[in-house]
Design a protein around this ligand. Structure first.
Ligand code: ADP
Ligand code: ZN
Length: 629
């Protein structure tokens, strides 16, 4: 907006300058004296006149004393004729120079046309500026129906990505190598009458590398890459999405062979007819248009559409029909080997110290996605730079893990002595319960250095690969979550707000046991159906499909689970009070205890299977993020 006012000011300034110039000329005009023809004749006879300019009927008279006069002659009569009529001395007239200028002279332009034209020009200029402003602030106002896809041309070598840049996801790579073949040697397939797939759907959680994979396909096949996000199709106005789809496909067909990548296709490809909110018509039209375009591909068109989503469950089945996105490629979260490989890819250009052991980092990062790992390597480099060292060291990588997982350490966050004491006992409570209960995950680290919004944290990592979770594990988790609360209550006979997140976690878990997993006395049933609100794409509403009577029983069951967890935690704390105190004291002293040290502290009570074996490397993979309590 300030730019707009600046331009307005410039225009205003131009106006003033022009106006000033005009008034100047006008006033200089007024200084020249207008005389009659008889006066002029007299002056010629007196020999005062040096030169006369005649254009049409107006005369500019330049006198020998350098002054200027104007006059007008009669129309239809030649100038010399006029002078003669007034009795000019022919000899004197001969001494005077007379310039005759033809009509339409410059004086006509300056005196008549310019004053008319200039304001028009100025106004035109003003409007042009305005238009530019409008376009500038809302770039797409003039090109609404055009797709805003970003194109990566093959000539753009710097940004070219190949399969070498994508680590892990082996199965997906194998599948997509076929697509590369189609793009590079289509003739091979046509000659055998094979139908080339038109669409590939990449499925996987955020950050596993769907985008980078699609780019790698384009890079390997050396074809242009059109990138657009599903949400970019959807505008406020109905019909825009569809016309953008048309435009995108038209552009793509022109540069075939090529790849169109539609990110977040679930933004437009949700099941039709499930319309909540006003925009569903628009989405349906957009989706229909995508389908129409894909159906309309001739077999020879060699444009392959790759779409990505992390919500395959909400996609319209029509998308998956043969001839559309009939190939589905699943990208799994990286396992320990993949994580190591991904970090190595992102270590390119970062000098690593000799002591760096990527395997150890991979062990400590179960649940990290490719994007998290890329971020981790970057954070490590930043931490190293801050320490003013020339190489990234293992310690930087360790610290980066926690930074990515929990947000930056807030060392500056000063705790009062009392606060520190409470936090130490609270975390010691979590850690102790996690250590003692056989079904709880082993403790990896305990700390009372605040991170992000947590005052302290206890990091547990599962000891083995788990895809199924048992009721015993859930109950143990609940007790661990309540361990902090139980400790505060026992030791200080007082409660703080520090436990609020723990309570939330425990309550949610208890609710799920009852309503999702059928693990309560209510029996093998689920309760409630969650609905996606489309515009948020998150579960925010839950439909109640049970009676008030059941609702009351659900609440009772949840309360019973929580009570069980709390009692278990209390019991552990009472029984192992000595160890609890040892952990809390150590925390107050050193603030952070790593796994090895922690094990020494609780060596007497830690179950064998939770001990870290010397040289133990293969920690689980494919697991949700490490739990933080
Ligand atoms: P998605 O599209 O699945 O959300 P992206 O492809 O945008 O994920 O991944 C984000 C970033 O994470 C990439 O730019 C890349 O740097 C990194 N990344 C993710 N997966 C991998 C992988 N398998 N190998 C290398 N880098 C990866
Ligand atoms: Zn806690």
């Amino acid at each position: 907006m300030s730019k707009f006012f600046r331009n307005l000011l410039i225009i205003f300034a131009i106006f003033i300058v022009v106006a000033a110039a005009f008034s100047f000329f006008r006033t200089s005009d007024k200084n020249t004296q207008a005389i009659s023809i008889s006066q002029l004749t007299q002056e010629i006879n007196d020999g005062k006149v040096d030169r006369i300019e005649v254009s049409d009927n107006s005369l500019n008279v330049f006198l020998k004393d350098n002054s200027k006069q104007t006059s007008t002659k009669e129309k239809e009569v030649a100038f010399s004729e006029s002078l003669k009529n007034y009795g000019v001395d022919p000899n004197k007239l001969k001494e005077t120079k007379i310039d005759i200028k033809s009509g339409g002279s410059s004086s006509f332009i300056t005196s008549t046309l310019l004053p008319l034209l200039l304001p028009v020009l100025a106004i035109g200029l003003f409007i042009w500026f305005l238009m530019r402003q409008v376009q500038g602030s809302n770039n797409r106002a003039m090109s609404f129906g055009q797709s805003s896809a970003k194109v990566m041309e093959t000539s753009d070598r710097r940004k070219r990505v190949t399969f070498a840049d994508v680590a892990g996801v082996k199965e997906a790579k194998e599948e997509l190598k076929e697509i590369v073949e189609f793009l590079r040697f289509p003739q091979k397939f046509f000659s055998l009458g094979a139908r080339i797939p038109k669409g590939v759907l990449l499925l996987g959680p955020p950050g596993v590398g769907k985008t980078i994979m699609a780019r790698a396909v384009a890079g390997e096949a050396n074809v242009p890459f059109f990138h657009i996000s599903g949400s970019e199709f959807v505008e406020m106005f109905v019909g825009v999405g569809a016309s953008r789809v048309r435009d995108l496909f038209k552009r793509a067909k022109r540069s075939a062979p090529c790849i169109i990548f539609i990110d977040e296709i679930d933004a437009v490809g949700r099941q039709r007819g499930a319309g909540l909110g006003g925009s569903h018509d628009e989405r349906e039209q957009t989706l229909n248009q995508i389908l129409v375009e894909m159906d309309g591909f001739e077999n020879e068109t060699n444009v392959i559409v790759i779409a990505a989503t992390n919500r395959p469950d909400v996609l319209d089945p029509a998308l998956m029909r043969p001839g559309r996105f009939d190939r589905q490629v699943i990208l799994d979260p990286p396992d320990i080997n993949d994580r190591e490989a991904i970090m190595k890819v992102h270590a390119k250009g970062k000098p690593l110290a000799k002591n760096v052991n990527m395997r150890q980092i991979a062990e400590r990062t179960p649940g990290f996605s490719g994007a998290d790992l890329a971020n981790l390597m970057n954070e490590a480099a930043i931490l190293a730079a801050r320490r003013n060292v020339k190489e990234v060291e293992q310690i930087d990588l360790y610290q980066a893990i926690e930074k990515v997982m929990l947000g930056p350490e807030r060392k500056s966050h000063l705790m009062s002595k009392k606060e520190k004491e409470i936090a130490a006992w609270h975390e010691a409570g979590h850690a102790l319960v996690a250590t003692v209960l056989p079904h709880a995950d082993p403790v990896h680290k305990v700390s009372i250095v605040s991170r992000g919004r947590a005052a302290g944290y206890t990091m547990k990592l599962p000891a083995e690969d788990k895809n199924l979770h048992s009721k015993s594990e859930f109950l143990a988790d609940m007790a661990v979550s309540l361990g902090g609360y139980a400790t505060e209550k026992t030791i200080f006979n007082e409660l703080t707000t520090g436990a609020s997140n723990d309570l939330k976690v425990a309550t949610n878990l208890a609710r799920q046991l009852v309503t999702r997993y059928g693990m309560s006395d209510l029996g093998p049933m689920t309760f409630g159906e969650s609905h996606d609100m489309i515009f948020l794409g998150r579960e925010i509403s839950e439909q109640k499909n049970y009676s008030e009577k059941i609702a009351a029983r659900i609440d009772d069951e949840i309360a019973a689970f929580i009570d069980l967890g709390y009692k278990t935690a209390l019991e552990v704390i009472k029984k192992y009070h000595k160890e609890l105190k040892t952990i809390a004291d150590k925390l107050i002293e050193v603030e952070t205890i790593e796994r090895e040290e922690f094990q020494k502290l609780v060596a007497d009570i830690i179950p064998k299977e939770k001990m870290l074996q010397p040289g133990q490397a293969d920690l689980p993979s494919n697991l949700p993020s490490p739990a933080v309590a």
